[in-house]
Ligand binder design. Structure first.
Ligand SMILES: Cc1cc2nc3c(=O)[nH]c(=O)nc-3n(C[C@H](O)[C@H](O)[C@H](O)COP(=O)(O)OP(=O)(O)OC[C@H]3O[C@@H](n4cnc5c(N)ncnc54)[C@H](O)[C@@H]3O)c2cc1C
Length: 565
């Protein structure tokens, strides 16, 4: 009664799914991946692809050999009992192993030696080296058709309408052009020449960076190990026999197919950021209306698992990881959800609530910033900036050194000749905002933010302006006109998922594994609770537990083969 038989069936082509699939295929399992959209990569393809792996090979090469223990202390303090300790131990143990495994297959990373963890005030926080960046990948290696399958990056995070990808380090170099740097010009020329040559044959540049590079590279390795991907293929039901999951019913190309999975089914559907229903049930109020996550993350894989008895993890705090995002419109009329990842840390910007009052150190991580928004009931919050800072640093969709008129006309950017006029136009208390701006200007002059300590944290420093004195994060708001952009909470991933054990096996309500059913990425309950220890902990967990799941399925397979022999 089976239309197709494989060893490993994987649902989803993000970090979790591809890690499981590449590992399974490399371990010799016949592997089929289902992707319900027509694009490969899910939210991972939109992401920076940063991967948080303490105790990694690069740290060891630099002589740091105790980071497993140090990171463990950090997580104990940050996460505590909000997630089972054995799961984060498994992460810390298998993360470095996973990086080595993929490195050997040709999926490689660069260390980000200066990226500081998100809670530097907690003992054990990393001051650099734990975050890894995917190496760039040449999309031409995939061939034209497969390259065309890779989900395009977020247009606002790439150049030329989203067709030219640049690394973050390259963005910084390109910006030095405005200071007359020859190096910036050389970088622009190098990227531009390659892009122009690509555009003769491809719809976009083929030099891929960040999350796009990661998923394209993994796709390449999957195909090299004879793994397959079916696009626009949705699992509609898991088939369970004698207590174990043995396959799935799959809607594909107008047919309903029964696919047998001899060794396991891996759920990697990306959680539920894109489902209004799930968001309404599990995320805080006011319920987020937007997300920058990919459209496939609708919780459908969680529902498949629940139908065979799987348990959801315990809801914790806010059940999500957060970006504060502004909402704009693209030229084609589509909605643009723009995550304000780093711009809040620049000098000359304050975030205020409807009373015009600040509620947080603006330079904290995006996750902490949104939590502060909810705590202060500052939804939406407003990022307020003056003309000089806007020109120099940009804000959201408004890039540095570009005209602002079209953003004002579109209602994305609000403008006022005075601070009070700006406040009135955005419905914020004018007296409150005027007082806030006056205080911000005093802090800019003294270099000390008495109220929230912006400019004191090593975390914020890395995203300030190193050329700005006396404090890299504090600048005046003094040059008219004045501008504001509204930001709202948007989940970049969800933390509530299926309960799993340290082998990524899905557990039932009694805590027992459901045989042959695995979950990873955002489909699994976050091993960090809803905490965000450092850059890359979601892609890191996805890759790690995808790898763990497939290794478990493969080892079980070889153990069975051994018994049969
Ligand atoms: C702009 C942005 C930047 C980010 N940067 C980072 C970062 O640098 N580091 C980091 O750790 N996190 C980052 N995140 C968060 C991170 O990208 C996601 O949490 C993570 O990639 C999710 O991976 P995943 O494998 O769980 O799911 P996804 O990457 O979303 O993949 C899931 C896939 O499964 C498919 N699918 C869903 N249901 C089914 C089904 N029933 N059958 C078949 N297929 C299905 C979906 O269509 C999708 O393609 C970022 C997020 C955003 C939005």
């Amino acid at each position: 009664m089976w239309h197709e038989e494989v060893d490993l069936l994987v649902l989803g082509t993000g970090a979790g799914g591809l890690a499981a699939a590449v590992t399974g295929a490399a371990e010799g399992l016949s592997t089929l991946v289902l992707e319900k959209t027509e694009w490969l990569g899910g939210t991972t393809a939109y992401s920076a692809g940063t991967c948080w792996v303490p105790d990694n090979r690069f740290q060891r090469a630099d002589g740091v050999t105790d980071d497993h223990a140090v990171a463990s202390r950090y997580l104990d303090a940050l996460v505590g009992d909000r997630a089972p300790r054995d799961l984060r131990d498994a992460y810390l143990t298998h993360g470095p192993e996973m990086i080595d495994y993929f490195d050997a297959l040709g999926v490689r990373f660069w260390p980000s030696k200066r990226v500081v963890d998100y809670h530097p005030e907690i003992p054990g926080a990393g001051m650099g080296g734990r975050a890894l960046e995917p190496q760039t990948f040449d999309g031409r290696a995939l061939g034209k058709e497969n390259f065309g399958r890779v989900r395009r990056p977020v247009p606002e995070f790439a150049l030329f309408g989203g067709t030219l990808m640049v690394r973050r380090a390259e963005v910084n170099e390109l910006l030095t052009i405005y200071k007359g740097s020859a190096r910036g010009v050389a970088t622009a020329l190098k990227l531009g020449v390659r892009w122009a040559a690509d555009r003769l044959r491809y719809p976009r540049g083929t030099r891929l960076a960040m999350g796009n590079a990661l998923v394209a590279n993994m796709f390449d390795k999957l195909l090299a190990h004879k793994g397959r991907v079916w696009f626009t293929a949705t699992a509609t039901e898991l088939i369970r026999e004698d207590g174990q999951v043995v396959g799935a019913v799959v809607a594909h190309q107008g047919r309903e197919l029964r696919v047998r999975a001899r060794r396991g089914v891996v759920l990697a559907g990306g959680g539920f950021s894109a489902s209004p229903g799930w968001r309404g049930r599990y995320l805080p109020s006011p319920t987020p209306q937007f997300t920058r996550a990919a459209e496939g993350a609708t919780g459908s894989t969680l529902e498949l698992a629940q139908a065979v008895g799987a348990a959801l993890g315990e809801p914790r705090d806010d059940n999500a990881f957060w970006f504060p995002s502004s909402i704009g419109r693209r030229r084609d009329g589509a909605t643009a959800v723009f995550p304000h990842i780093w711009d809040r840390a620049k000098p000359g910007i304050v975030a205020v609530d409807q009373n015009g009052r600040r509620f947080v150190d603006e330079s904290v991580s995006y996750h902490r910033f949104v939590r502060a928004m909810y705590a202060a009931q500052a939804v939406p919050a407003w990022l307020v900036i003056d003309a000089a800072a806007l020109r120099r640093y940009g804000l959201g969709m408004v890039r540095p050194h570009t005209p602002t008129g079209k953003y004002v006309e579109a209602g994305y950017l609000h403008r006022g000749a005075t601070v009070r006029e700006l406040a009135a136009s955005i419905g914020v208390d004018p007296e409150g905002l005027a007082a806030t701006v006056a205080a911000a200007n005093r802090a800019a002059a003294s270099g000390v933010d008495e109220e929230f300590g912006k400019g004191q944290s090593v975390f914020g420093h890395q995203y300030g302006d190193p050329d700005h004195q006396p404090n890299v994060n504090l600048g005046p708001i003094a040059t008219a006109p004045f501008y504001a952009v509204a930001v709202v909470p948007t989940p970049l991933g969800t933390a509530l998922g299926l309960r799993t054990d340290a082998s990524a096996r899905v557990l039932d309500e009694a805590g027992a594994p459901i045989a042959h059913l695995y979950a990873c990425g955002n489909d699994a309950q976050s091993v960090m609770g809803s905490e965000y220890p450092g850059a890359g902990c979601q892609v890191g967990a996805g890759l790690t537990f995808g790898y763990v799941a497939a290794r478990h399925a493969a080892v079980t397979a070889s153990a069975v083969a051994e018994v049969i022999r």
